[in-house]
Structures are given as structure tokens and as C-alpha cells.
Design a protein. Structure first.
Length: 176
């Protein structure tokens, strides 16, 4: 019988530390990143596709909107006016850079007016210029975007408002 191997004293000699930490449990592989979908081929908007019925209904709606906006502007009702603006329009005309540029106009400079807010823009730019507007025509720029047009005495077609339909409501928008 072979002599028994000595049993190490667990208190006297701690178990040796492994040279490398044990490998971490294998994590489940991450799913591959989604492949970007091919851009949807959007057919370009064709204004001819708008029926005369839709065009007439839209024109009537826009004329009513402009009449309502005229009343709001005439009464200097800033809070009601803001409800007719898209978020992008509010953001753009609230931006300090935009207000600073607009403040450089000769009319405002001559009057010593410096625009500081959307409210200032309403009182010093919108109120004096937009309280008696009319719409003579509309141009469809997309299914939900139109330009309200006024024809001046020289016969020039001028954009009165860019409008965007959000839900069932036409809103003053900023886009070109």
C-alpha cells in the first residue's frame, strides 16, 4: 500500500487563485442591427390629381379660415392666433436668430422696434400687415399642403399663407 498523500491544511494554505478569471458565462448573441428599409418610392405629387370638387371644398375652407384669421388679428387676439400655427412655424418665428433678422427690416428699425418673442412678431409684424386679407386662389403643393394666393392690382400672384392640413384643420405653416 502506498503512503497516503498529505492533505493540505485549508487554513494554513489557501487555495491557489486561478491565473485568469473564469470565463464569463456566454451571453446570448445580440440580434443583428436592423437593415434600413429601402426608401419608400413616393410618387411625386401631381396637382392635376386633385378633383375639382376637392379643390372647391378646400378653397371654401381656406376662405373661411382667412376670414377667421382676419377677425383674430383685427382684435389682436394673440392667444387665438397661436392656435392656428404649426409647431414648426411657432418654433421658427420664436427663434432669436429669426427675430433678430426680422428686426433689421427698415420699417421696424425706423420705429425702433426690436422683436424679442413670437408675441412681438404678432403685434409688430402680423397685426399691421394681415388684418384685412383675402384669398383669390389656392395652389396645391401636396395632398395636405397648399398656398393661399392673393392677386395684387398688377395681376401678380402673391403667397398669402402656406397652409398645412393637420387632421381636419388647416394651419399656418412654414415651408417653401
Amino acid at each position: 500500500m502506498a503512503p497516503a498523500a498529505p492533505v493540505p491544511d485549508p487554513v494554513a494554505s489557501p487555495a491557489p487563485e486561478p491565473a485568469e478569471p473564469p470565463p464569463a458565462p456566454a451571453a446570448a448573441p445580440e440580434p443583428p442591427a436592423p437593415t434600413p428599409a429601402a426608401p419608400a418610392t413616393e410618387t411625386p405629387f401631381d396637382p392635376v390629381a386633385i378633383t375639382e370638387e376637392v379643390r372647391q371644398e378646400t378653397f371654401v375652407d381656406v376662405r373661411a379660415l382667412i376670414a377667421n384669421l382676419n377677425a383674430i388679428i383685427q382684435s389682436k387676439d394673440y392667444d387665438a392666433w397661436v392656435l392656428h400655427l404649426t409647431t414648426e412655424y411657432r418654433d421658427y418665428y420664436s427663434a432669436p436668430e429669426t427675430l433678430m433678422k426680422l428686426s433689421e427690416s427698415p420699417v421696424l428699425k425706423r420705429q425702433g422696434i426690436e422683436l424679442k418673442s413670437l408675441r412681438d412678431y404678432f403685434y409688430y409684424v402680423v397685426y399691421p400687415s394681415r388684418q384685412n386679407d383675402r384669398v383669390d386662389d389656392i395652389e396645391f403643393m401636396g395632398k395636405t399642403r397648399i398656398r393661399a394666393i392673393v392677386v395684387n392690382p398688377k395681376g401678380e400672384r402673391l403667397v398669402l399663407y402656406n397652409l398645412e392640413k393637420i387632421g381636419d384643420t388647416w394651419m399656418i405653416a412654414i415651408w417653401r
